[in-house]
Design a protein around this ligand. Structure first.
Ligand SMILES: Nc1ncnc2c1ncn2[C@@H]1O[C@H](COP(=O)(O)OP(=O)(O)OP(=O)(O)O)[C@@H](O)[C@H]1O
Length: 798
């Protein structure tokens, strides 16, 4: 290009930027106006005061809630309100339309659309158009807006002929996507509304019913696409999903925190984000089982084991049941006890519900036993006194009439139930059980476990456990709950049914209150967090005021709050991330939460780290979705540069040759390398190496990934690093994690310590090494003491 041409092009670009600035400024003015309207409407609701009846109060709360929600939404879209534009082709002399695409839809005062929500059908061409299938698009333009200023534009032209001369001169080079990908990581995943790629768009806009499986290698955008899908579904099916809610299940708390801002940044705050370990309300299971135990606990046979364990708690005494109540010995014979158990079981109700019948009938039996006793002792007295057949006594009208009326017997039942000896005896035969009690007793009592194992094999022939297998389940009674216990608790809850004892009800209410408070606090933090992200000062004031006011009136329950606290909640849609890690038993829990089987399952079979996890999507899911499983594949890696991906591909070829690695979208800035350290010198060398890597990445995040057995020692060598996989681990520039803990995360620089140790740590060590290497967005260093594993032979030594 000549200098003159360059100058002209630059000038044309500047004027195009200016024209876009005028448009964008008008959009922000509109946004400000809408905020002001919403704020005034909210004030008006608050100023109404607290009068009126309960209904009026509830109505006011609902109105306030709706406006707060809208205000939060209008605040979240401040950054990047508008990020794109599409120009359609002229058809039959009718000038082609131009649409601006943004985080939300806006209309001007005449109700004309001025900004199209990225999820609306009209925005679809922005994402779906490709050079080979442009549809009716002439051009797609990305707008770079910072602090309300258009700083740049980036065009992709599909039909050069249709552009005016001045438009042609504004064409600029760098693709929006690459610019985004090069940014340093912040420890929080961002949204990608401006740069969704067409293969991802297919995933995001897939229809609501049925199970969609998204299989894709590391960094292909599975997580981020799944989150955008949640936002898309909420927008498109708002009435269904707002009532039933959307659940996102992720692998751990660090990951949930990492992705936690994506949906709020898209204006969606009412989604439940949780882990499998938290799917059972009231339990927060973070401990992990040894791999062997996790495999047994994850197996479907555990369903039968729990079923047998419940049946074992419905007992028949060895001989007759004999209870001393109120000084009298009452007897119910063995056969009657067995009959009562069978009748209660025959109801087909959960254990705690069927117990009502069992208790009822047993009390009748005891009351009748009492009647018999009474008759017996009366007869004995009469005999002793010689009263029987006494000529002076008037003849009874009906000598066989019972001594007590039905009413007396009913009263006697109540008295019997109040007797601790009676209650203890009946509880021994058919106790009221909580899932926690049942599972804890089962796993800590070898007798119960062995008996349940035998029972499981009787129930279903496939449900056999070897002695080694069932013994691997044994643990101390006070052991903390593990994530693989949660499916057992959920299974037990299904089989036991509600325990309506007062204490349980109180505990549930308490747990619910705690969750509400937590959610509320999190919501406020999110709102105020936005302020730091550049919200105008008057919004800061108002947001804080709203938050305070909101607190005074107590947190109103959102669908998400209610859903999270209710084990039996049926969600409208469930998204499972890192889904390859879920065991068969964990899938049972997930499926219970979504009876309609409207699911998005995202994962990568090449990254399966849990020995109880998936080897095939069909094998894992077919039994639930019966052929309604649609699979999409993502093939492009947006995270890991090509040079690092080549190293990962070597590992994959060794550990899962049937899987193809994804193709990197970009080249890296530095070659991945290996560093050999002499045994004993690791701590000192690691400190220096981490310092050098940090300097190389500038702002950004670094992870030191190490086998679990070396985690403590590695963390001790780096005292300033975040050493635990807590939610805020990624707030620290350096985190020391195991490969398992790093699942789903990404870092500008990754230092893998002791790759041979990673490989040897578990049967799926190769998959873990693949995961570790593919966390890097820019730099990879592998530190080793002994021989470098052969599969890493491509790495050059520094
Ligand atoms: N279209 C896109 N535009 C910009 N960034 C993108 C796009 N797609 C993906 N990314 C970025 O690529 C990175 C990887 O995405 P993501 O974490 O969703 O991948 P993943 O497939 O879930 O990976 P893994 O299986 O390793 O967990 C993220 O930083 C994400 O923001």
């Amino acid at each position: 290009m000549t200098e003159q041409c360059q100058g002209e092009s630059e000038q044309a670009r500047r004027s195009a930027v200016k024209a876009e600035q005028d448009y964008v400024s008008r959009l922000y003015e509109r946004l400000d106006t809408l905020r002001e309207h919403t704020r005034s409407a909210l004030r008006a609701v608050y100023e109404q005061g607290g009068g009126g009846g309960y209904a009026a109060q509830m109505e006011r709360e609902a109105a306030a809630e709706e406006r707060v929600h809208r205000l939060v939404q209008l605040s979240t879209v401040e950054n990047g309100l508008c990020f794109g534009r599409i120009d359609r082709r002229e058809v039959d002399g009718v000038i082609g339309e131009t649409h601006y695409i943004g985080r939300i839809g806006l209309r001007d005062e005449n109700h004309e659309p001025v900004l199209i929500d990225w999820r609306a059908p009209a925005a679809r061409p922005f994402y779906a158009a490709t050079p080979s299938t442009p549809g009716d698009l002439v051009r797609r333009r990305h707008l770079y807006v910072r602090d309300r200023m258009v700083v740049d534009i980036d065009d992709e032209v599909f039909d050069l002929e249709s552009l005016s001369d001045s438009d042609r001169r504004t064409l600029v080079g760098e693709a929006a996507l690459l610019a985004t990908l090069r940014q340093a990581r912040t420890g929080r995943m961002g949204d990608i509304v401006a740069t969704i790629q067409s293969e991802q768009d297919r995933v995001i806009r897939a229809s609501l019913p049925g199970a969609l499986v998204v299989q894709g290698g590391p960094g292909t955008g599975k997580t981020v696409a799944a989150l955008h899908r949640a936002a898309y579904l909420l927008y498109t099916h708002r009435s269904t999903l707002e009532r039933r809610g959307v659940l996102v299940v992720g692998p751990n708390a660090t990951f949930l925190r990492y992705i936690g801002q994506v949906l709020p940044s898209l204006g969606e705050t009412d989604v439940v984000l949780t882990t499998v370990g938290e799917l059972y309300p009231g339990i927060r299971a973070t401990a992990a089982d040894p791999p062997d135990t996790a495999v047994v606990k994850g197996s479907l046979r555990m369903a039968e084991l729990v079923e047998a364990a419940v049946a074992d708690r419905q007992r028949v005494p060895e001989g007759d049941l004999v209870i001393t109540a109120d000084g009298t010995k009452l007897r119910v014979d063995h056969a009657t006890c067995a009959r009562l158990r069978e009748r209660a079981r025959g109801l087909g109700l959960p254990h705690n519900k069927a117990r009502k019948l069992f208790v009822n009938e047993m009390l009748w039996e005891l009351a009748h036993a009492q009647d018999d006793q009474l008759a017996q002792s009366l007869r004995e007295v009469e005999e002793a006194e010689g009263l029987l057949d006494h000529p002076d006594l008037p003849e009874l009208e009906n000598p066989d009439a019972p001594l007590r009326t039905e009413e007396d017997t009913a009263y006697a039942r109540e008295t019997l139930w109040a007797d601790p000896a009676v209650r203890a005896a009946i509880d021994g035969l058919w106790p009221l059980l909580t899932p926690e009690q049942l599972v804890s007793d089962l796993l800590s009592d070898p007798g119960l476990l062995e008996s349940a194992t035998a029972g499981a094999a009787e129930l279903r022939s496939h449900a056999e456990f070897s002695p080694d297998e069932w013994r691997s389940l044994l643990r101390p009674p006070d052991a903390p709950w593990t994530a693989s216990d949660v499916p057992l608790l959920d299974e037990a809850a299904e089989l036991l049914g509600e325990d309506d004892s007062e204490e349980q009800a109180r505990q549930r209410a308490e747990e619910q209150r705690r969750r509400e408070e937590e959610n509320y606090a999190r919501g406020v933090l999110e709102v105020t967090g936005l302020v730091e992200d550049g919200l105008p000062a008057d919004d800061l004031l108002d947001t804080a005021r709203i938050a305070e006011r909101h607190r005074d009136s107590g947190p109103a329950q959102t669908t998400a709050d209610r859903a999270a606290a209710d084990r039996e909640w049926a969600y409208g849609h469930v998204i499972v991330d890192e889904a390859q890690e879920l065991s068969e038993m964990a899938w049972r829990v997930v499926m219970r939460r979504v009876p309609t089987r409207s699911l998005t399952v995202v994962g990568d079979l090449a990254q399966t780290g849990s020995a109880a996890g998936a080897r095939s999507w069909h094998a894992m899911l077919d039994r639930y979705v019966h052929g309604r499983l649609h699979e999409e594949r993502l093939l492009v890696n947006y995270r890991t540069p090509a040079q690092i991906m080549e190293v990962a591909a070597d590992v994959l070829r060794e550990v899962a040759p049937e899987q193809d690695p994804p193709e990197s979208v970009r080249d890296g800035e530095s070659a991945p390398r290996a560093v050999r350290v002499s045994p004993g010198a690791l701590a000192g060398e690691l400190r220096a190496l981490v310092a050098a890597e940090l300097a190389a990445i500038g702002e950004g995040r670094l992870a030191v990934l190490t086998p679990a057995a070396r985690h403590a020692a590695t963390a001790a060598a780096l005292p300033d690093a975040a050493a635990e996989a807590t939610p805020d681990a990624l707030d620290n520039p350096v985190a020391v994690l195991t490969p398992t803990q790093s699942k789903g995360l990404e870092f500008d620089a990754v230092v893998v310590v002791d790759p041979a140790g990673v490989l040897d740590a578990s049967p799926t060590g190769g998959h873990d090494l693949y995961v570790a290497i593919t966390r890097a967005t820019r730099r990879l260093t592998v530190v080793h003491e002994g021989e470098l594993p052969r599969m890493l032979g491509r790495l050059a030594h520094a």
